[in-house]
Write a protein that binds this ligand. Structure first.
Ligand SMILES: [Zn+2]
Length: 320
């Protein structure tokens, strides 16, 4: 390759763009939306879970379904189905792994709607749920291709967390329970930590670090540096944001620091002790800190942009 000197005196460095198709990620989001809202205990949720398992298997993952129960905001038992796809090859099986996560459930209530009557609809969840899963499914497809053409380097576990978004609704007047969000990742992290502690040999999976994607599809998205990620996993956050800058996505992955956000990564950090970074759409223009369509009926395909999916997909792929 010819290296040219530009007027500022810096060498033009060719950016190597990782393989990732936002067309494909977009289709995976549409497919999830076609089931209807993926509210826990609904038929749509179960149909989506079955489809996710089939997809991961088709891309060459060894799939594990982790079932369990956790108390919901009222203290009732909530069934949880976490879906885990292990990607590795015989030559990479003993290397430490990268965890990639996104929640596949959607919120049962649009409790950020202004009209009271609108608050009892399910959130459609194109961004809040389906976007992170869509990007990870396309990454899973790319990993399958890497395995097929022997370019696969980094063993990866893709985890579709369940029941992230059923935390206490705003209209609930009962006593607030702590930790009513992210039930799937709490279950996963607790069991992972226990298995890890009980293991005597290197027989248990070792994770180097993790990345969680949440609301990663909006045309006007911004991903500031989320505070828990900075506190628990500063090096990895820096590495990911630098990669984004190199790929030309510095405006999207901004250097702005956000408040700490309780998302699945928090429990992966706090309970499992695995450094984990959240890539989440945060918008300081709104009082909630989140995008205007967040937890409303407008969280639909109109607010999904292939350009944003492409950026997020390339940045994550650059880490594998
Ligand atoms: Zn949500």
């Amino acid at each position: 390759m010819l290296c040219l000197l530009c007027s500022c005196g810096k060498k033009n460095v060719e950016v190597v763009r990782p393989a990732f198709s936002s067309d494909s990620a977009y289709v995976y989001i549409e497919k999830q939306m076609s089931f209807g809202p993926r509210v826990p205990n609904s038929a749509a949720h179960m149909q989506c879970a079955v489809w996710l398992i089939e997809q991961l298997r088709a891309f060459g993952a060894e799939v594990e379904l982790q079932k369990g129960e956790m108390p919901d905001y009222k203290g009732s038992n909530q069934q949880i189905y976490n879906i885990i796809g292990h990607f590795s090859t015989p030559s990479t099986a003993t290397r430490s792994r990268v965890l990639l996560g996104a929640h596949y459930d959607t919120r049962p209530w649009c409790d950020e709607e202004e009209e009271y009557s609108e608050r009892f609809y399910n959130v459609p969840g194109a961004n809040d749920g389906a976007s992170g899963v869509g990007v990870l499914l396309e990454i899973a497809r790319q990993l399958g291709r890497q395995i097929a053409d022997s370019t696969f380097k980094t063993p990866v576990d893709i985890i579709f967390f369940d029941v992230e978004d059923s935390g206490s609704p705003r209209f609930y007047t009962g006593a607030e329970r702590e930790d009513t969000w992210c039930l799937g990742s709490q279950l996963w992290a607790t069991n992972y930590a226990r298995t890890f502690t009980e293991a005597t040999q290197n027989t248990v999976i070792q994770y180097r670090y993790g990345i969680v994607l949440d609301m990663v599809g909006a045309p006007d998205a911004t991903f500031p540096r989320e505070m828990y990620s900075t506190n628990y996993a500063a090096n990895y956050q820096q590495q990911i944001w630098r990669a984004a800058q190199r790929l030309g996505y510095g405006a999207l992955f901004s250097d702005q620091q956000s408040y700490p956000i309780t998302d699945d990564h928090y429990y992966v950090n706090r309970i499992a002790g695995i450094p984990c970074v959240d890539v989440i759409h945060y918008d300081t223009r709104n009082a909630t800190g989140f995008p205007w369509w967040w937890h409303t009926r407008q969280d639909n395909m109109d607010n999904i942009s292939k350009a944003t999916l492409q950026a997020v997909g390339e940045v994550v792929m650059s880490q594998l």
